[in-house]
Design a protein around this ligand. Structure first.
Ligand SMILES: [Zn+2]
Length: 398
């Protein structure tokens, strides 16, 4: 084993391939834990996920897939592989470079934004996760305009193509240094510095110059635990997420027949039109309720109406309409639906909820509500419904 911070991936974060010797291989879970005498595989840590890749033994015995890499407490780096390999074998390790470079771009982008947020607002990065999106939790509130202004500054640092440096200051130097750190540090400390932007204790891997980050983009901001959580992405990942969203806005603008920059106005207009239609429809429905209830005998304490094609909301409105006009002491409106009826049963005088259980049991249905109104479904024929309701409310008078 070699000392921490001296592994090949620290000496040369751009190395994609390395020949090393297998020190040990033991069964672990569903696979094997392989220790090498040096490695280009970054072990999960400091918020940065582990590298993936392959190990190819020089004895010609196929190829091992590396699916995870961890650093043990004693500092040893363990490669979790899908096949065993004998100790002493020389292997060529190759990392999934696209994945690694993406992680380097995103980790460096995160440092720049965190450093700028810290400098501008004094907030700490209190949570950092590199998933599909990069999420950062900051320790204080922030609005979108502020974040966008800091994002512009962050991209300014990208355009300047500044060198990102790693250093290992001793204790005395460290005391003099101003840097961001999540915890109290002991032992050898690695400081990653972006000129004029950030210094941070970090064990992760970074691009050599800010220009390689390409692009830093924030996608969301929400309040979280007294501070904010932002979603961001850098580099290729930011570009592909932006591409996905641009494609979507092109599709939307086609659907809405609006310029891509004017989708919100088009949706606003549609919503306005839709609300107008809802109002108009409610009016028309009220005319329909009036016409449909015209034929009802006014002297009946229990009014029952079977309807076709009313929605649950319309069924309830119709029931309300009848009750408001005093048509019956108990009003029942039903609308046909698959396998039976949607019902709405209401009264201003009788506690209809008290009848719900018996009705649902007798009419193979379900539902409930308040003392004034119950709603649900019944799977029974109209004659049966009339019969059961007639019995249930036989003592109700007008
Ligand atoms: Zn870091």
């Amino acid at each position: 084993m070699i000392e921490e911070f001296t592994e090949k991936f620290y000496r040369d974060p751009y190395a994609r391939e390395l020949v090393s010797k297998v020190l040990s291989c033991e069964p672990a879970g569903n696979g094997f834990a392989v220790v090498l005498d040096d490695t280009i595989f970054y072990p999960e840590g400091g918020g940065q996920p582990a590298d993936h890749g392959t190990l190819r033994p020089d004895d010609g015995n196929g190829e091992l897939r590396v699916t995870d890499v961890r650093r043990r407490k004693d500092g040893t780096i363990v490669h979790f592989c899908d096949a065993p390999v004998s100790a002493g074998t020389r292997v060529t390790g190759r990392i999934d470079w696209d994945r690694r470079f993406d992680l380097m771009q995103n980790h460096s982008g995160e440092h720049i934004l965190s450093g700028l947020v810290h400098a501008a607002l004094g907030y700490e990065n209190v949570g950092f996760h590199m998933g599909e999106m990069i999420t950062i939790d900051f320790s204080g509130p922030m609005d979108w305009e502020t974040l966008m202004s800091l994002e512009r500054q962050a991209n300014g640092m990208v355009y300047r193509n500044l060198p990102i440096a790693q250093s290992y200051p001793d204790e005395a130097e460290l005391r003099e240094l101003s840097y961001r750190s999540k915890k109290e540090l002991s032992g050898k400390v690695r400081i990653v510095t972006v000129p004029e932007t950030d210094a941070c204790a970090c064990c992760g891997l970074h691009v050599a110059r800010t220009g390689e980050i390409g692009l830093i983009k924030c996608f969301s901001l929400m309040n979280y635990k007294g501070g904010v959580r932002i979603e961001m992405a850098s580099g290729r990942r930011a570009l592909s997420e932006l591409t996905r969203r641009v494609d979507q806005s092109i599709e939307l603008s086609r659907m809405l027949a609006a310029e891509p920059g004017h989708i919100a106005e088009a949706v606003q207009r549609l919503r306005g039109e839709s609300a107008d239609k809802d109002r108009r429809l409610a009016e028309v429905m009220t005319w329909y309720f009036a016409a449909a209830s015209e034929a009802l005998p006014a002297d009946r304490p229990l009014q029952i109406l079977f309807e076709e094609g009313l929605s649950p909301v319309e069924t309830r409105r119709f029931c309300d309409y009848l009750l408001e006009r005093g048509l019956g002491a108990v009003a029942l409106v039903l609308s046909r639906q698959e396998g039976g009826w949607y019902y709405c049963l209401g009264s201003r005088r009788v506690d209809v909820r008290a009848h719900a259980k018996a009705l649902n049991a007798n009419l193979s249905g379900r539902g409930g509500g308040s003392a004034e109104m119950i709603q649900g479904t019944w799977a029974a024929e109209p004659e049966r419904i009339r019969e059961v309701l007639g019995k249930e409310f036989s003592d109700v008078r007008l």
